[in-house]
Design a binder for this molecule. Sequence first.
Ligand SMILES: Nc1ncnc2c1ncn2[C@@H]1O[C@H](COP(=O)(O)OP(=O)(O)OP(=O)(O)O)[C@@H](O)[C@H]1O
Ligand SMILES: [Mg+2]
Length: 511
Amino acid sequence: MTPILEIINISKTFPGVRALDQVSMIVEKGQIHAVMGENGAGKSTLMKCIFGLYKQDEGEILLEGNPCNFTHPKEALHSGISMIHQELQNIPTQSVMENIWIGRIPYKGKNKHFRWVDEEKMYQDTVSLFESLDLDINPKAMLKDLSVSTCQLIEIARSVSYNSKLIIMDEPTSSLTESESKLLFNIIKKLVKQDVSILYISHKLEEVLELSHHVTILRDGQLIGNFDTKKIDSQFLVNKMVGRKIVDRFPKKDSKQKLGDVRLKISDFSSLDNKSFKNISFEVKQGEILGIGGLVGAGRTELIESIFGLRAIKSGTIEIDGKELNIKSSRDAIRNGLTLLTEERAKTGIISKASILDNMMIVKQRYKINEYQKLKVFLNDKKRREDTKAYVDSLSVKTPTIDTNISNLSGGNQQKVLLGRWLMVSPEILILDEPTRGIDVGAKFEIYSIMRELSAQGKTIIMISSEMPELMGMSDRIMVMCEGHLSGIIDGPSATEEKIMLLASRYEEKE
Ligand SMILES: Nc1ncnc2c1ncn2[C@@H]1O[C@H](COP(=O)(O)OP(=O)(O)OP(=O)(O)O)[C@@H](O)[C@H]1O
Ligand SMILES: [Mg+2]
């Protein structure tokens, strides 16, 4: 049988980076083919070459045996290839159904000048699409009112709606919860039964081992190998991706390290609608890492955004070092030593038209401008560059220079730049919302090490995470939320996945 896709010796170079170097792979019909590799390995670039977003410099791509040279994604879609992008492509100001049928909106009336949108058909088509995928989303809701995970599910639904032969999924589960991911896996299994092929990129080892038939591994733009998933395990994957042996996934905490006094105290926090979260009280000590677990929709992001002054609250007080504070904006929060790394880097983090240098310096320059002034007037560009370079190096951001536009970095490397932005202001309290989303195993370890180092210096860290191993591996204590309530706080080292899941799925009202 002719394979659905053959990639033969593809190379692609960007200024200063050889993103793909003679990569070859074959995807069979009805196969789930995973592509893995560290941040910047070239995975997304390869997918974009297939989808017609980039043109490879060398090599050939065959679709069902025929050479395809797409110059635009439209041609790829037309030939039966669709793609879920790593960075969500939704239009927030439009409805769910408009987002699904974008470019294919059904019209009433044949004349191009006298036609109007067939809302009813669009609605019905969306309903049946969602039904077939077991999705419970209102087609008329506006995208901007929905969570990241719902937007990701919509993106998945859209890619399926093209009835493609091959669907490229670039980190489709990066912002999904475990149960939502299961939903996606069921969709994928159904598609594969109909002989659809899936190219699947993910940093989640367990997921790839469970789901895929075959894995292709890239490192620094080069093909490391194609493997039958049945014959490999997670250690093998990690070693091939990283090119060296990684023994521990989490750096150990120094057993001598003791926690200090209470640094942050949150009392009786309730959201304005009294629904997103309700009566939340907790404390975090100096040097402590507090994990926050829970399912998406549990109110975790809303809670920390409120603490950070981004959302108005109905009630609640914040104390730092025993002093009650009035935090009404992110500016107040930053001035009081708080920082927040948000979960949605595309929407709230990245300044896409700017360089790494500007993206990293933006906060520090605003709050500590005197460190970068010469004679109070001139900007000390040399120091800006030195400081940025130091963080780019210590976080191992993979880039030719610090003047590179941030949108040219791979997803994981963009995340590292944002982390650097906050580390630069040496905050006392760091709130990290899904800090390692889309980050590869090696770089994760680096970020965990930085967290350990900061806590050893007495900094306080709050980390929201949907990844169980990360919560258990890094937190001193884990606070679990369920439907806006604090359902329990457990000790990190003795936590189990079962205990966390139980608290995340059930809240018992106390008398
Ligand atoms: N448009 C571009 N211009 C310049 N360089 C680019 C561009 N796109 C990608 N690169 C570079 O090519 C390399 C491969 O990037 P790519 O996005 O393919 O990585 P990836 O494997 O998808 O990583 P991640 O897991 O972080 O998403 C990186 O070094 C990246 O900085
Ligand atoms: Mg990528």
